[in-house]
Design a protein. Structure first.
Length: 298
């Protein structure tokens, strides 16, 4: 991937559009709490028509969800897109579709939104791997403030985790949900990792053997051998099935990643089911595998 530029900083009063590009909305109380946080900050938040549609497990048909996306992108005053929730469906929108942007706009979300963040980065625009509207209200104050700081043009503090060694490196930060990113391998949405990428991974609800299977695919494809560093967030609800012989998820991560001879930092505060610190996509970052620190350099 190439260096991405964040859109112009937001400021209270700006118009933001809510889109639901993935799964059908289920957590309505949490959703409205998330919207309220942005509005309380002073932003105008517009709910896209059909954001609460349902088509099976999706938030409307592909045509309806693409329409939401395009309306937000075409609106002359809209400065950013707030994703309602994850689930599944974002990648479906990107088949035979391309971004039509008159100016860069913010895209904020994580989990299934990984596919949209990857695609936007191919346009040279940095989105933010950050809480969805359904998860924002559960964030501690410092995490909410971190998101506002970044999108409003201020620097953000370094994150601390558990260093697994490997020294220090600089590279382009690529945060992702492991499962979603794995299913983009071999597609046009697969990022180029050969020019200095720090891969930041998280996941939820995947048994250790499935984490093993995905990382093995990354190894067999030669992609893991290309990255300069790996930042690991939370792998929640990834405990082994009861009464079945298994490694722990940490043991799998160490075994599948430990021989890459690159800086690795684990237990960073991002991902599902806990603090999800905002991480910009495609900007320069520094990873210190000895001290356990991830720092955004932009």
């Amino acid at each position: 991937m190439n260096l991405c530029q964040p859109p112009a900083p937001l400021q209270p009063g700006d118009l933001l559009y809510v889109i639901a590009p993935s799964g059908a909305l289920r957590e309505f109380t949490a959703f409205h709490q998330g919207v309220a946080i942005w509005r309380d900050r002073g932003y105008q938040v517009e709910l896209s028509p059909g954001f609460d549609e349902r088509w099976g497990y999706l938030a409307g048909t592909d045509v309806q969800r693409r329409q939401q996306l395009q309306i937000a992108l075409n609106h002359p005053r809209c400065r950013g897109l707030l994703c309602a929730r994850g689930g599944w469906g974002g990648a479906r929108l990107l088949e035979n579709w391309s971004w039509q942007l008159t100016e860069p706009k913010w895209l904020i979300g994580f989990s299934d939104i990984t596919s949209l963040l990857f695609s936007l980065s191919q346009q040279g625009i940095s989105g933010v791997h950050a809480p969805l509207l359904t998860t924002l209200a559960a964030e501690p104050d410092w995490s909410v403030q971190r998101l506002f700081d970044w999108v409003e043009g201020r620097s953000v503090a370094a994150l601390s985790g558990k260093g697994w060694g490997g020294g220090q490196t600089d590279g382009l930060l690529l945060p992702a949900n492991l499962t979603v990113a794995t299913h983009l391998i071999g597609t046009p949405l697969q990022p180029n990792l050969s020019n200095g990428v720090i891969l930041a991974l998280e996941d939820v609800g995947e048994a250790p053997y499935r984490i093993d299977r995905m990382l093995t695919q990354w190894r067999l494809s030669g992609l893991l051998q290309q990255v300069k560093g790996i930042a690991l967030g939370r792998f929640s609800q990834c405990d082994p099935p009861p009464n079945i012989p298994s490694f722990t998820v940490e043991a799998v991560l160490r075994e599948r990643l430990g021989d890459l001879d690159i800086p690795i930092v684990a237990e960073l505060p991002f991902g599902h089911d806990g603090v999800n610190a905002a991480l910009p996509v495609g900007v320069m970052a520094q990873l210190d595998g000895d001290r356990g620190i991830l720092r955004i350099k932009s």
